[in-house]
Design a binder for this molecule. Sequence first.
Ligand code: FAD
Length: 348
Amino acid sequence: MKKTEVLIVGQGLAGTLLSHELNKLQINHLVISNQQLGASHIAAGMYNPLVFKRLTKSWMVDELLPVMQQTYREFEKLLHFDLLHPIPIAKVIPVEQKSWWLERINSQQLYDYFDQFISSAEIPGLAENLTLARIKNSGYINLLKLLQHYRLYLEKRNQFIVDDFNYNALELKNGAVFYKNMQAQKIVFCEGAASQNNPWLPEGIFYPAKGDVLDVFIETLDTKYIINKDIFILPKGKHHFVLGSTYIHQFSDAIPDPENAQMLIQKAQNLVKSPIRLLKHQAGVRPTVKDRRPVLGFNQQISAIAFFNGLGTKGVMTGPYFAKLMAKALSTGFTPIDAEVSISRFYK
Ligand SMILES: Cc1cc2nc3c(=O)[nH]c(=O)nc-3n(C[C@H](O)[C@H](O)[C@H](O)COP(=O)(O)OP(=O)(O)OC[C@H]3O[C@@H](n4cnc5c(N)ncnc54)[C@H](O)[C@@H]3O)c2cc1C
């Protein structure tokens, strides 16, 4: 029997961040994950400090960003590759909205995040006569590489188990959890959207959103900005870009839909001068929650069962901060979890 303090189920962004925080606290744990691709494997990995629709700061951004930066820099040191790529967003806006933007920047105190207005003439290959707002303290992380490298790291430390977790095989005895040949004090489920099958989660948490994302080639576009206008165009070097993404709540499967790819390409084509060539099309399901907040904490009846999920909205930015909180709650057992993100909000 393999004894450990914590079992983590699922090695997407949530499981990876939580495992890292537990390692920092020197809490023994094992990570169980299957071979399927989760949302984190295909996500663009961007972080944006603003909500463009209302032009406000993103929820808790002043607290989340420093923790996010520090955490991803820790992974860079641990795994020896460039993970965090801070680059500005260039948000296309109607020229007549400029004064509204200036008014919001003042009233919402957005000075740390808004830089200046620029014109499309500054970005070779972008359509002419566009007005753009340059956003700072934005960027992206190389999420797929993080998952791959962190998995290798766990494997070297004998902390990783490939397994499609079978809920029926979990046993609870004397406050401990038993799964196959493993025994732990706690189990934390981090299965992303797949957690809809989890019998210990309260019902009605998720409002999942399917997303399509494309790798494309745009010959004449040469930008160091993430271009944003309903869709985003994220530069990956040598005229390769990630183009995304759809946000679909009514769906029957997570298979890439060619119609969605065409829709994304059409929207992006209006923004650039040369034809867009599709290289790759992927789709996944975001574990989005109706109130768009993470979900963490313990099962109301069984305190050995815990959850860290709900990173479907801005997970790259929110994940590191709340993984820290979850790890602390696991280590002390009494760290209070704010009602806004606690799973207790779903127990009636
Ligand atoms: C197209 C798209 C673009 C996105 N872009 C961004 C973005 O730019 N910025 C941003 O912040 N967020 C973005 N997101 C959202 C965000 O990346 C994800 O929601 C977040 O990464 C979810 O992480 P997770 O670990 O909770 O879930 P997942 O990434 O789904 O990971 C769960 C893992 O658990 C495994 N698993 C599940 N069930 C079991 C089981 N029974 N047994 C064993 N293993 C299991 C899965 O295989 C998976 O590897 C995007 C999402 C999509 C779909």
